[in-house]
Design a protein around this ligand. Sequence first.
Ligand code: UFG
Length: 330
Amino acid sequence: MSRYLVTGGAGFVGSHAVLALLDRGDEVVVLDNLSQGHRAAVPAGVTLVEAELADTKRLAEVFASWRFDAVLHFAALSLVGASMREPLHYIAENVGHSLRLAEAAIKAGCLRFVLSSTAALFGEPERVPIDEACRVAPSNPYGDSKRMVEEGLDWAARIHGLRYAALRYFNAAGSDPQGRAGEDHDPETHLVPLAIDAALGRRPALTVFGDDYATPDGTCIRDYVHVTDLATAHLAALTRLETHGSCRYNIGSGNGASVKEVIAAVERVGGRPVPHSIGPRRAGDPAVLVAASDRLRAETGWEPKLGSLDDIVRTAWAWREAHPKGYDDR
Ligand code: UFG
């Protein structure tokens, strides 16, 4: 059995990773300030340290209280649009917190670190599907903050022997197939939950952000990857770090879906129409982002088990239908 520190473990992707770790018998300590995460997303029996990552004294205490085999670092600001309004806040928080956390881990002798990174690193990608050799050129401060963290960790790897895995998520969606966790952001900005809520009549009609892109149906194409598959990618990365050096992986299902295809999937799975209208483009949205996850598959044997859009929508729908107010703990 291993013990892991999971920052942001009360958030969407983090809470699903916690479940994956517990399911294989590991021990988890969650550190979260609950600004975006939910107390109710932390399973019973898991220690929740309610703390700010900026509190370096508290971080040192946490590392002194437990010996961790690795840190999984999910806690971050993650909205592209908000980062365009508050660039310095995004960069200062994401970079400062991540690197201070890594510093505290290294000081405590914990030399394995898994970073939640992002497809936003690639900006308008030079080719699709996007492999790890593609040019890193973020087109927003959020993506750039993660690039800076990856570079900082690289220095720590060279100088302190840290082994890190930077996992570049594409569009995380869906929810735990057993219904133990789900997606609950405030405000919600993501397509899948917004489309489901529109179908359930809980929100006004969905606005499709542009239908004049150079794609077959004119709407943006993204790579929706099931959050439980993302969670198992973390397990695969942790295993890899036991025997190998640092790594960077792009993680998606490898299938692109347009906004209109997502709407069609929600209507098919939910059996209800998704009221929607076409609006203007959203600033900063690239036309197509699809991952090539071949490196992760080849080096770790990881395979998505819930790779279809219908699996994603089915699980997301089930959780949202069962939790009209989300975690309802605010
Ligand atoms: N969209 C709409 N209407 C909406 C919301 C979204 O048309 O009301 C469209 C967007 O324009 C985009 C697609 O649906 O084409 C997906 O948008 P999301 O907001 O769900 O997700 P993003 O692709 O903007 O961003 C997500 C994460 C980022 C991450 C990125 C990587 O939120 O953190 O995926 O691909 F960087």
